[in-house]
Design a protein around this ligand. Structure first.
Ligand code: MN
Length: 128
């Protein structure tokens, strides 16, 4: 895993966004945090991240549509590791999210240890 891996955090709730940003920055990540899919695409095109964490319920572009846009060749490419972060705990929602192509699913409230472990695994895998 590259040191200071850049992680794009997309979360419209300011408190959650700040929490994720602080935790990831504390653990050595270079965090780019935004509140919408539109901003996420701008950010990702300007400086492609090593991984992304997407809230699914966003104003404007949904997390599911954003996933496809980020994986687009003109943005970050199909290998970009992307984690869904969502309050949906229904089994069918979970299946829909994984079927959409997310690499992992983390439910809210976010378990920090689980988040760090998932991110680390995806980044080490992506590095090979
Ligand atoms: Mn949200």
């Amino acid at each position: 895993m590259p040191s200071r891996a850049r992680v794009l955090v997309v979360e419209d709730d300011e408190k959650s966004r700040r929490l994720l940003t602080d935790v990831l920055a504390y653990h050595g990540y270079d965090v780019a945090a935004v509140g919408s899919g539109e901003e996420a695409l701008q950010e990702a095109r300007a400086a492609p991240p090593a991984a992304a964490l997407l809230d699914i319920q966003l104003p404007g572009i949904s997390g599911l549509d954003l996933l496809a846009a980020l994986r687009d060749a003109q943005c970050c490419g199909s290998a970009l590791p992307v984690v869904a972060v969502t309050a949906s705990v229904m089994d069918q929602d979970r299946k829909k999210i994984l079927a959409a192509g997310f690499d992992a699913f983390i439910s809210k409230p976010v378990n920090i240890r689980e988040l760090l472990k998932t991110l680390h695994e995806l980044l080490t895998r992506a590095d090979k």
